[in-house]
Design a protein around this ligand. Structure first.
Ligand SMILES: Nc1ncnc2c1ncn2[C@@H]1O[C@H](COP(=O)(O)OP(=O)(O)OP(=O)(O)O)[C@@H](O)[C@H]1O
Length: 209
C-alpha cells in the first residue's frame, strides 16, 4: 500500500501546497488530475522519493521513505518505483538493451538479459534491442521508457503526462501498454495528465484543487 498523510510542501519563499491524504491499495490504477500549477509534478516527485516534503509522511509498502538514508532511498527507488516521463530521457550512446540493463545495475540488481528480452517482447519492440535511441520513433521511444520503468518489477509505476507528445493512435497504445504492464506485475499505477484522451480509462481519481 502507498499512502501520504498530512503532506504539504513549501518551495523557498513560495506559498504552501497542501495535499489531501491519499491511500492507494496494491494494484490500483489512479489518475492524478489538477490544473497547471496545482502541484501535480510536486506530488509525483514527493511520491517517488525525489522531493522530501516540508511536512508529512509518505509510506510505500510499510516503509516511511523519507526516514531512509539517501543511499537506501536511491536503492529503494530503483527497485520499487518505475517512472515514465513525458519525454523518454534515454542515454543516447547506449543501445536500447543497455539502457535497460543500466536500470538493473542502478538498482543494484544483477544484469538479466532474459528479463530485458521479456519486457521488450511484451512491448512489441524486441527487434529494437540493439538499436540506439536516435533510430527509434517517438512512440517506440515511449515504449522503451515504459520498458525501463517496469524492468525491475516495481511496486509503483508513475507516469507524468506520458501521452501528451503522442498522436491519438500512439497515445491509446501507450496507455494500454501502461495498464497492461502494471497489471502483469500487480504494480500500482498513477498517471498525471491533462490529456482528455486518457481520462475515461480510469475509475480512481485524485484531484488537486
Ligand atoms: N523548484 C521550484 N521552486 C519554486 N517553486 C516551484 C518549484 N517547482 C514548482 N514550483 C511552484 O509550485 C507550484 C506547483 O508546481 P507543479 O510543477 O507541481 O505544478 P503542476 O500541477 O505539475 O503544473 P503543470 O501541469 O503546469 O506542469 C507552482 O506554483 C510552481 O510555480
Amino acid at each position: 500500500m502507498i499512502s501520504i498523510k498530512s503532506v504539504s510542501h513549501t518551495y523557498n519563499g513560495a506559498q504552501q501546497i497542501s495535499f489531501k491524504d491519499w491511500e492507494i491499495n496494491n494494484g490500483e490504477q489512479w489518475l492524478l488530475l489538477g490544473q497547471s500549477g496545482s502541484g501535480k509534478t510536486t506530488l509525483l516527485h514527493i511520491l517517488t522519493g525525489i522531493l522530501k516534503p516540508t511536512q508529512g509522511e509518505v509510506n510505500i509498502d510499510q516503509t516511511s521513505i523519507y526516514q531512509l538514508s539517501s543511499k537506501a532511498l536511491d536503492q529503494f527507488r530503483g527497485q520499487k518505483i518505475g517512472i515514465i516521463f513525458q519525454k523518454p530521457h534515454l542515454i543516447k550512446s547506449l543501445s536500447i538493451a543497455e539502457n535497460l540493463t543500466m536500470a538493473q545495475s542502478f538498482a543494484k540488481l544483477p544484469e538479466d538479459l532474459n528479463r530485458v528480452d521479456e519486457v521488450l517482447t511484451s512491448l512489441g519492440i524486441a527487434d529494437k534491442r540493439a538499436a540506439y535511441p536516435s533510430e527509434l520513433s517517438q512512440g517506440q521511444l515511449q515504449r522503451v521508457s515504459i520498458a525501463r520503468a517496469v524492468i525491475n518489477k516495481p511496486t509503483l509505476l508513475i507516469a507524468d503526462e506520458p501521452t501528451s507528445s503522442l498522436d491519438d493512435e500512439n497515445a491509446a497504445a501507450v496507455l494500454q501498454l501502461l495498464m497492461h504492464q502494471s497489471g502483469l506485475n500487480q504494480a500500482t499505477l498513477v498517471v498525471a495528465t491533462h490529456d482528455k484522451r486518457v481520462k475515461d480509462a480510469f475509475t480512481n481519481t485524485y484531484s488537486l484543487t
